[in-house]
Design a protein around this ligand. Structure first.
Ligand code: UD1
Ligand code: CA
Length: 508
């Protein structure tokens, strides 16, 4: 070889990805189905990238537009080339080699649908190839049930050839060393050997596996690198295998995070996608799904029954039975139970979004609280604001989404409707049950509700003889001591202030 690659760099990686994926029965390319939240093909790209190849070629075919769109975004340096007729893995590699021209050195061949294969294994394969000065090295595994795979036929311990299951004799089928389909070849060997491949087999295809026998026939060194992580050679052909693969990848991710200092109460029902980031001393309770690019800071407790997608959670926050997406939850904040955080929710430090609250596009300042059911959309809340139970931010007028500002330390009484666009100033109060349609200046009290009318003895007159009437008859006519006591307390506090009555009204 006249090239001097660095420790791990190879000349090229060819990823075979032209296959139909017919058994998926999907309009979406098999390679774009997700494993731990990421398209299957992205794993092949990552593994290839670990080798720092000078060229990365992906052989596409079935649903190529979808595959190419993913690559444009995820791996712009990849070259794609179409395999016009799906005439076998040998044909696919030949198409890839044609794209590479007169490349010299090591060419690694992998598949797009083997998501658990990682860069470490590819590096070890390349290292073995170099150490043994092979012209071809194949990644193999010993598996208990090798049905369907190509078998590694050895003669006096040396790899002699590969025979496909369909072409194998009974004796060959007993071999349980299988071909993973992943290889390192010397580029010159491929250029010389590929044109000699013949479709003389049960499937009438050009088999890249026949390159092994070819190399041996030319007197070249051929070797095998045996991996003991069987999952790394496992392909995905249907949705049953996809589910199995997802379960295994998840099991490993959950285990990884536990080893990094995360407490997971129930690994079986915890799903953590590949791009999630967790700090030490995070606690995850059962039935929790952490998806997308979610990140959880130290001390936070998430779950049970929580799904977070692309949500950032701050230190020591507590998130219970919550469905969140594209949201930020500040340090020491509390969310749930039964909260829905829609995109654009930003909850400040020590903030609280409570039971049956839905938020969307809502910036909620430090220490602000929405503890009980309500809807807060297109909202800008200052610090320390309080939104009483059942309050609705009426942000949609049937055509446009409109904003509401609620100032710092403002107070909104229960069951209010704030009709946007509207500005409620710092420290302002809104009386319970109000529908607010004009701005409330800082420090003002707004009351907008029907007048209460008391009709004395109505029950005795209109519900004569009822249990209610009997109860009314027996009543001592005094307010409940708890209420009387609270009223006295509130009156004490507001005594001497002209708006005492109004302040009382503002209590929820
Ligand atoms: C292949 C190997 C087999 C090995 C197995 C491991 C051959 C002949 N056989 O068998 O020894 O044990 O992989 O999984 O190579 N592809 C193309 N174009 C084609 C044909 C295939 O791009 O014309 C791609 C497919 O998209 C797939 C990969 O190559 O990613 C393997 O093809 P597949 O038909 O699944 O090969 P197997 O029969 O599984
Ligand atoms: Ca396959």
């Amino acid at each position: 070889m006249n090239t001097t690659p660095t420790q791990s760099s190879v000349a090229a990686v060819i990823v075979l990805a032209a296959g139909g994926g017919t058994r998926m029965k999907s309009k979406r390319s098999k390679l774009l189905h997700a494993v731990a939240g990421r398209p299957m093909l992205s794993y092949a790209v990552d593994a290839a990238r670990a080798l720092e190849p000078r060229h990365l070629v992906v052989v596409v075919g079935h649903l190529r537009e979808q595959v190419e769109a993913h690559l444009t975004e995820y791996c712009p340096e990849a070259l794609t080339v179409e395999q016009p007729v799906r005439n076998g893995t040998g044909g696919a590699v030949a198409v890839g080699m044609a794209k590479l021209g007169d490349v010299q050195g090591e060419v690694v061949v992998t598949y797009g649908d083997v998501p658990m294969l990682n860069g470490e294994t590819l590096k070890a394969l390349v290292a073995a190839h170099r150490a043994d000065q092979n012209s071809c090295t194949v990644l193999t595994a010993m598996i208990p049930d090798p049905t369907g795979y190509g078998r590694i036929v050895r003669e006096e311990g040396q790899v002699a050839r590969i025979v496909e299951h369909k072409d194998a004799t009974e004796t060959e089928r007993v071999i349980n060393e299988i071909n993973s389909g992943i290889y390192v070849f010397d580029a010159d060997l491929l250029r010389a050997g590929l044109p000699t491949l013949q479709p003389n087999n049960v499937q009438g295809e050009l088999y890249v596996t026949d390159m092994i026998g070819y190399a041996r026939g030319e007197g070249k060194r051929v070797g095998a690198f045996v991996t003991d992580d069987l999952w790394q050679t496992e392909g995905v052909n249907d949705r049953v295998q996809l589910a199995r693969m997802n379960a295994e990848v998840n099991r490993r991710l959950v285990e990884h995070w536990m080893r990094e200092g995360v407490t997971v109460l129930d690994p079986q029902t915890t799903w953590i996608e590949a791009d999630v980031d967790l700090a030490t001393d995070v606690t995850i309770l059962p039935n929790t799904h952490l998806l997308g690019a979610s990140s959880i800071a130290t001390g936070a407790v998430i779950g049970p029954d929580t799904t977070l997608r692309d949500v950032e959670v701050g230190e020591n926050a507590r998130v219970v039975r919550c469905h969140g997406e594209l949201a930020v939850i500040g340090p020491n904040a509390e969310v749930g139970p039964f909260a829905r955080l829609r995109p654009g929710t930003v909850l400040g430090e020590r903030g609280r979004i409570g039971t049956f609250v839905e938020t969307k596009n809502a910036e909620i300042g430090a220490g602000s609280r929405i503890p009980h059911f309500g809807y807060v959309g297109d909202a800008y809340l200052g610090e320390g604001a309080y939104v009483g139970a059942g309050t609705t931010f009426a942000n949609f007028d049937g055509q446009d989404r409109l904003p509401t500002h609620l100032g710092s330390h403002a107070f909104v009484g229960a069951n209010s409707v704030l009709v946007a666009p509207i500005d409620i100033g710092d420290g302002a109060y809104v009386a319970a049950g109000s529908t607010i349609t004009s701005d409330v200046p800082a420090g003002a009290l707004a009351v907008a509700r029907g007048q209460e009318h008391i009709s004395e003895d109505w029950v005795q007159r209109k519900r004569t003889g009822s249990r209610s009437a009997a109860a009314a008859e027996a009543a001592v006519g005094e307010v409940h001591p708890k209420v009387a006591e609270a009223r006295a307390r509130v009156q004490d506090k507001t005594a001497g202030q002209p708006e005492a009555a109004e302040q009382q009204e503002a209590q929820q």
